[in-house]
Ligand binder design. Structure first.
Ligand code: ZN
Length: 374
């Protein structure tokens, strides 16, 4: 057998051992790994030693023993690498740093209007450097910087076609990333949010991620694989017509879900912030209550349509998710009322990372790439 095959086999075993430990919520023993991966104890022992030597695994205490030496509890040394996610939206820049296990280590929101100029791109790069300094993030551990924005990246042509929530122009990926001295990756914001949601989920899972912010979009996971569509337009739930001839949408059509459920409707359209809206709602402002009822009615129609097509769990994310916990049951009750099939609305869940899903998801690009190559 040629030696490269042996080397490749060894790499694959090491990778399987790491992934097994990575996929476990709690630390494991050498015996657990050997048994579940059907590998011999010496093979597992050798791999654990190698992975520990390069700092990817660590001993996290011991397990109780029924006799003899207590087995070591082995877990991932999550802090050994990190990745940055940046989300660009019309009025803000969100930055997050996650560790190898997708745990958020630091986060920041900067107010700055999106602008397709070199000034803005330089501002992103300098904000990132300040963020790294202020949070004492070790740059030698940084795998890369993911950038998510409402647009469709075309990596072959090196451009991003921006959605109308930002502008209608194409922008150059090189210009966007040229001031950032780390590996960069650019992704659509809603897709990135989906990635965060189904990270470490089951292999054959079906799920929809519905992102509600100024733009409404999402992503579809079918049988554990992201479904992109023929033109990368899959998951554009915001432009599903829910009211024929209804409100004008930024896409030029009428009655789209986005025209009713963009967060602009509960913020900039009223000349207030989202925080102002929900604070006033909480103390019973009747005008806002009326708007919110109408908003939830339309959102329920949109969610019900998605559910009718795909019949799977729907995870609600984007900036709206941050405020939704107190209203989730109310929205589920609306879903129950309009569904053609019996449901308690429990298929609708709130995002794990709430309004940080997009940042986490785009940062995961580099974590995923790193794990694949262990
Ligand atoms: Zn539209």
């Amino acid at each position: 057998m040629p030696t490269y095959n042996t080397a490749e086999l060894r790499r694959q075993n090491r990778n399987r051992v790491f992934r097994y430990i990575y996929g476990s919520d709690t630390p494991v023993t050498k015996q657990d790994v050997a048994q579940n991966l059907n590998l011999s104890l010496p093979t597992v022992g050798q791999n654990l030693k190698e992975l520990q030597e390069v700092g990817l695994l660590e001993t996290q205490g011991t397990f109780h023993s029924t006799g003899g030496r207590k087995p070591r509890a082995i877990g991932v040394a999550a802090g050994v690498k990190c990745s940055i996610g940046i989300q660009l939206s019309k009025f803000h820049i969100h930055i997050v740093c996650i560790d190898l296990r997708a745990k958020v280590m630091a986060q920041l929101i900067v107010e700055r209007d999106f602008d397709d100029t070199d000034d803005y791109f330089q501002f992103i790069a300098s904000s990132l450097e300040t963020f790294l300094d202020e949070n004492s993030i070790d740059r030698t551990r940084l795998l890369g910087v993911g950038i998510a924005l409402p647009g469709i990246p075309d990596n072959n042509r090196g451009i991003i076609t921006l959605s109308r929530t930002l502008s209608s122009k194409d922008i150059s990926i090189t210009k966007l990333t040229e001031h950032i001295p780390y590996p960069c990756f650019v992704e659509n914001d809603a897709n990135a949010g989906g990635v965060a949601e189904w990270w470490n989920h089951q292999e054959h899972e079906n799920m929809v991620y519905l992102s509600i912010q100024r733009g409404v979009g999402g992503a579809v996971l079918l049988d554990g694989v992201r479904y992109m569509g023929h033109h990368q337009h899959s998951g554009e739930f915001g432009h599903m017509c829910i009211v024929p001839g209804g409100q004008r949408c930024l896409c030029g059509r009428r009655g789209c879900l986005e025209a009713y459920c963009s967060t602009a409707r509960i913020s900039t359209d009223l000349g207030i912030t989202r925080e102002d809206f929900f604070e006033a709602l909480e103390v019973g402002n009747p005008d806002y209550q009326k708007i919110w009822n109408d908003y939830l009615d339309h959102l329920a129609i949109g969610i019900n349509n998605i559910r009718m097509v795909l019949d799977c769990d729907i995870v609600l994310g984007g900036v709206l998710a941050h405020f939704m916990a107190p209203y989730l049951e109310n929205l589920r009750a609306r879903l129950k009322a309009i569904s053609s099939f019996e449901t308690d609305g429990e298929f609708l869940k709130l995002s794990r990372y709430l309004s940080w899903s997009t940042c986490v998801g785009v940062a995961l690009h580099f974590i995923s790439e790193f794990i694949e190559n262990i």
